[in-house]
Write a protein that binds this ligand. Structure first.
Ligand SMILES: NC(=O)c1ccc[n+]([C@@H]2O[C@H](COP(=O)([O-])OP(=O)(O)OC[C@H]3O[C@@H](n4cnc5c(N)ncnc54)[C@H](O)[C@@H]3O)[C@@H](O)[C@H]2O)c1
Length: 195
């Protein structure tokens, strides 16, 4: 079982919900009973995935947002959490990946990756933490992590050589040292990483 307890009555938000692991996670959470806020940049596909959630008998809110836009992301998530009545689970799944020869990499590409994979993740943790705090909810945050974030496998060199800031201050760092760790613990909030 992905979760050991039924999620009936819980609300979850999943970033990157229209495809891949994000879509699978979305549908699995819905099957386990959760209502879902589906977040992605792909508006048309979001509506289709939201219908799949509704077909499972759950409420679905499709949120078109870019996770690298901190304020809009946080504001929209708060509004949609109100629509569902709560937020109990935040899945920061979105990542973009690019593998290129070192000589061909452009600065704008690294900036975009950093804005989404590092900052966007932090904004997701932050936006959910604010909602958990306001509502006094014992929320759970789950962050997806690429293989490069673990420093193992074929992407190790990509992570080490091409994205040093990402490796040093990226997902692994967020999980171990994410701001407010002790506050989260005191409130019974939990933050986990999947890779
Ligand atoms: N696929 C793998 O083999 C694998 C392995 C290890 C870890 N992971 C991790 O799992 C997660 C999901 O991987 P995946 O392969 O399913 O990803 P994917 O590329 O298939 O899907 C990513 C989703 O994020 C959305 N997205 C992209 N930029 C966005 C933005 N700025 N704001 C909001 N949404 C945005 C995309 O539209 C897409 O729906 C990633 O964090 C990845 O690092 C994947």
């Amino acid at each position: 079982m992905f979760f050991s307890v039924p999620l009936s009555g819980k609300a979850a938000a999943v970033t990157g919900a229209t495809q891949g692991i994000g879509k699978s996670t979305t549908l699995r959470l819905a099957k386990e009973g959760a209502d879902i806020i589906l977040l992605d940049v792909k508006q048309d596909i979001l509506a289709e995935t939201a219908k799949e959630v509704e077909a499972l008998g759950r409420k679905a809110v499709a949120l078109t947002a870019n996770i690298s836009n901190r304020d809009k992301f946080a504001e929209s998530l708060r509004e949609d959490a109100k629509t569902l009545g709560d937020l109990n689970i935040m899945v920061n799944n979105t990542e973009i990946c690019q593998v290129k020869p070192v000589l061909d990499i452009e600065s704008a590409e690294i900036e975009k990756i950093f804005n989404i994979n590092v900052q966007g993740l932090l904004w997701g943790i932050q936006a959910a933490a604010k909602i958990f705090k306001e509502k006094g909810t014992k929320g759970k945050t789950i962050n997806a992590c690429p293989i490069a974030g673990q420093g193992t496998g074929v992407l190790r060199y990509y992570g080490q050589l091409l994205l040093p800031r990402y490796r040093r201050h990226g997902h692994v760092g967020h999980d171990r040292q994410a701001p407010g760790r002790n506050h989260r613990r005191r409130r019974g909030c939990d933050l986990q990483k999947i890779c």
